[in-house]
Write a protein that binds this ligand. Structure first.
Ligand SMILES: [Zn+2]
Length: 429
């Protein structure tokens, strides 16, 4: 359970939260790795354990206070070792089984584990198979059948009490430390109606929790908006209302944390979208004082730290500032073995573009003397993920220290002076 215990604001606009998860005290800002198949939870657990062995200090990843998984990938992620049928897997889970490794780890290190219900993506073809794999563990029979037929799932079906109950119980079943209220996205074409849906889902989640799961805190609300709402600048006539009404509704919710999620964010390549995002975030902070976790956000989060962002979450080894200010990575920029994040340069590079590993972290060091192309694929995939989580912790720790006394510009400059992407940052500060 994430318990915020103290807030220390700084004159330059940023702030530090002290918070506790399972009795371990930490400070914001923080990074929540989104665990997906590529990241593989085992790699991240290995990273923590190796650091602990090396230094005997569990606080080495102080700025990585927890993980996020999307509900459609939870089964494949946490069951990857088992070859039993899904039904047996679930009963095995109830008896302890293979899940223990991950859950013990979460508990021992005092971390948060959030499962993003992700229902806003249920009609997105790329997620369909994942949802189908969860079957009736997560979905009602009607929704599962419609998905099988590739038919559209309406919000009214998602809002049904049985579906809401399943989505919450799924999180409880997989030992999420904090429950996330199921939600759908708020759309510009019907802000009022879609906003109402989200608030209704939030309220009925908490009714269910109060009724069935009294040991749990109320669910965390999610403000999930389509990117086109960001384009509706408050200063443009007639569009001001979208921002205002969304922020107004969410400001009425009493909860210790707010989750922010923007969908369709990478479809346009102009810097303008980041300008809009920054303004929108500043508007949120004027009205909503509670801590915010931004889902699916890349290093642009560092800019938002100054405006009061507390935590962010993104997939590991994917979100460089280059892909942020430009379009998505093209096919040519990808690498089937996975990209490697270069610390201080804020960019992801392909394996074949590296000769030697440019890093002395505990995960790269054992491979630092051999040419990169001789590193076995399995070793490469594991080391790049461990290295990534280490880099994020280093970056945030550095920024946090710098932000205490300096401007955001100075803080970022001291970390990313070697980065060719620096100019992308300077556009926003
Ligand atoms: Zn490294």
């Amino acid at each position: 359970m994430i318990n915020i215990t103290k807030e220390t604001p700084y004159e330059n606009g940023s702030r530090i939260l002290k918070f506790k998860i399972n009795k371990i005290e930490r400070e914001s800002p923080g990074y929540f790795p989104l665990l997906d198949r590529v990241a593989d939870p085992r790699n991240v657990m290995d990273a923590f354990m190796l650091m602990e062995k090396e230094s005997k200090d569990k606080e080495n990843f102080e700025h990585v206070p927890g993980f996020v998984m999307e509900s459609d990938s939870v089964l494949s992620m946490l069951n990857s070792d088992l070859t039993l049928s899904r039904q047996s897997r679930l009963s095995q889970r109830n008896e302890g089984g293979t899940f223990n490794g991950f859950f013990d780890f979460i508990k021992e290190y005092g971390m948060a584990f959030l499962i993003d219900p992700n229902l806003d993506r249920i009609n997105n073809g790329a997620y369909r198979n994942g949802f189908l794999k969860t079957g009736e563990n997560l979905l009602t029979k009607e929704i599962k059948d419609l998905l099988n037929k590739k038919e559209k799932i309406s919000v009214s079906l998602l809002k049904e009490p049985e579906m809401m109950r399943k989505s919450l119980f799924f999180q409880i079943n997989f030992k999420a430390t904090d429950l996330v209220a199921p939600y759908t996205q708020i759309e510009l074409k019907d802000v009022e109606g879609t906003l109402k849906n989200s608030i209704e889902m939030y309220n009925s989640s908490n009714e269910l929790i109060r009724k069935f799961w009294k040991n749990y805190f109320p669910a965390i609300p999610v403000m999930c908006i389509r990117k086109n709402i960001l384009d509706a600048r408050p200063d443009k006539d007639g569009k001001r209302k979208a921002w205002e009404s969304i922020i107004e509704e969410f400001s009425k919710i009493e909860s210790p944390l707010l989750i922010l999620k923007i969908t369709d964010f990478s479809t346009k390549s102009k810097d303008e979208k980041y300008d809009n995002l920054k303004s929108f975030f500043q508007e949120i902070k004027k009205k909503i004082k509670k801590p915010i976790l931004f889902l699916n956000m890349n290093e642009f989060s560092y800019i938002l730290f100054r405006d009061g962002l507390d935590f962010y979450s993104s997939a590991m080894g994917k979100g460089s500032l280059k892909s942020m200010a430009g379009a998505n990575l093209s096919e040519d920029q990808r690498d089937s073995d996975g990209l490697y994040y270069v610390l201080r340069e804020m960019r992801n590079v392909k394996k074949r573009d590296l000769k030697k590993l440019p890093c002395h972290c505990p995960y790269c060091t054992p491979f630092s003397k051999i040419p990169v192309d001789e590193i076995e694929t399995l070793d490469w995939r594991a080391l790049r993920i461990k290295h990534y989580v280490w880099c994020k912790n280093v970056e945030i720790e550095h920024l946090q220290k710098e932000l205490k006394g300096n401007s955001l510009r100075a803080a970022l400059w001291s970390m990313f002076a070697d980065s060719k992407e620096w100019k992308n940052f300077t556009n926003f500060i």
